[in-house]
Design a protein around this ligand. Structure first.
Ligand code: DC
Length: 340
């Protein structure tokens, strides 16, 4: 089925850079808010007010990797008293959704055109990094201080992994994992801002914390269909709530427009030490060398997978937490959040 999404944005100057930057912002918002992929887009029609003539907005689509859609740019008729320096767009897409569910995007000065459609903006702090970098501890503290909910996206991949383990789904067979996906109903609840996770109605918050669930999570997280479904859920939560969200691809893929993006890292020996402490607190025996090996293997898997691998977003602040007390890491991030 075909639907169309409308958008408009005003630009500050009639320069090539300004036209392209704002066009990209508007299109990214249309794509993100409607969970579109490049292949869904059939055609894009741009119009620009007569005071814009430094560049064609459509060029941006090719730069964004949207190469198949039909494009056209047109100059608008002049209407006395109407908004100046404005680029409008109509994107036609292939979708199963109904037209009434499309989210139109009006940004900057263009919000005056459709104030009825302007949503209350939610805030997001995106924290990415490898296993054991301290993400969840710090994210919990920050969410508490800001009064935001803490969304642990790794728990979602662990839940899909746990389902596969418990139901004999072959983790090396992507097709089998994809077939299992519709049978895993994931629900999150937030108690005092902290997440609990349910798999088909069962609270699995604690059951997913095993090494086997972590390894299974890393495997299912490399399957594009699993990622698409979980990313859709994650975006939906962030649309409705102020969030501190942690994972591997939050700043790069799930919330590319998050106001604050952090990438936490730490030396592998330190991350192994933290894992060992965690296990001995739970009374679980372990072998230090094995833990190091598991961490290196999982890092490797998460960094080298084809879809949305663990990587540093270009606008993220990198913090090395090796030897840093948790409070110092938290304070650094809080300073960043407040400075924005
Ligand atoms: O953070 P964690 O250990 O709970 O994550 C478990 C696995 O899930 C991790 O190895 C990679 C994957 N993951 C991911 O691919 N993307 C995310 N946003 C979060 C986790």
């Amino acid at each position: 089925m075909c639907c169309s999404v409308r958008g408009a944005i005003t630009i500050e100057e009639n320069t090539k850079e300004c036209i392209w930057e704002n066009t990209e912002l508007m299109l990214s918002e249309i794509i993100n808010r409607n969970s579109l992929s490049a292949e869904d887009i059939i055609s894009v029609v741009f119009t620009a007010t007569r005071d814009i003539d430094a560049a064609y907005p459509a060029v941006v689509l090719r730069k964004m990797g949207i190469t198949e859609a039909s494009l056209i740019c047109m100059q608008e008729m002049y209407v006395r008293g109407s908004l100046e320096m404005c680029i409008r767009v109509m994107v036609t897409i292939n979708t199963d959704k109904a037209q009434k569910d499309m989210e139109h995007v009006y940004l900057k000065g263009a919000v005056v055109l459709r104030p009825d459609l302007v949503k209350k903006k939610t805030d997001a702090v995106a924290i990415d990094g490898p296993a054991g970098s301290g993400k969840s501890t710090v994210a919990r503290l920050i969410s508490k201080e800001l009064g935001y909910i803490y969304v642990d996206t790794g728990a979602m991949y662990r839940t899909v992994g746990l389902y596969c383990l418990e139901n004999g789904v072959d983790l090396s067979d992507d097709g089998a994992v994809v077939s299992a996906l519709p049978h895993v109903d994931i629900r999150l609840s937030f108690e005092d801002g902290i997440q609990r996770i349910y798999m088909n109605g069962r609270d699995v918050t604690d059951d997913i914390r095993t090494q086997s669930a972590a390894d299974a999570a890393s495997k299912v997280a490399a399957v594009p269909e699993v990622r698409a479904e979980l990313v859709r859920l994650q975006k939906k939560i962030a649309e409705k709530n102020n969030v501190v969200m942690d994972g591997r691809d939050i700043g790069t893929n799930v919330l590319p427009h998050a106001r604050t993006k952090i990438y936490l890292d730490a030396r592998v020996e330190e991350r192994a030490k933290r894992r060992c402490n965690e296990l001995s607190e739970k009374g679980i025996s372990f072998d230090y060398n094995n833990i190091i090996k598991e961490i290196i293997e999982r890092d490797d898997y998460d960094k080298k997978r084809k879809v949305n691998p663990l990587s540093v977003a270009k606008d993220a602040v990198v913090i090395d937490t090796t030897g840093l007390p948790v409070d110092q890491v938290k304070n650094k991030i809080m300073e960043l959040v407040k400075s924005k």
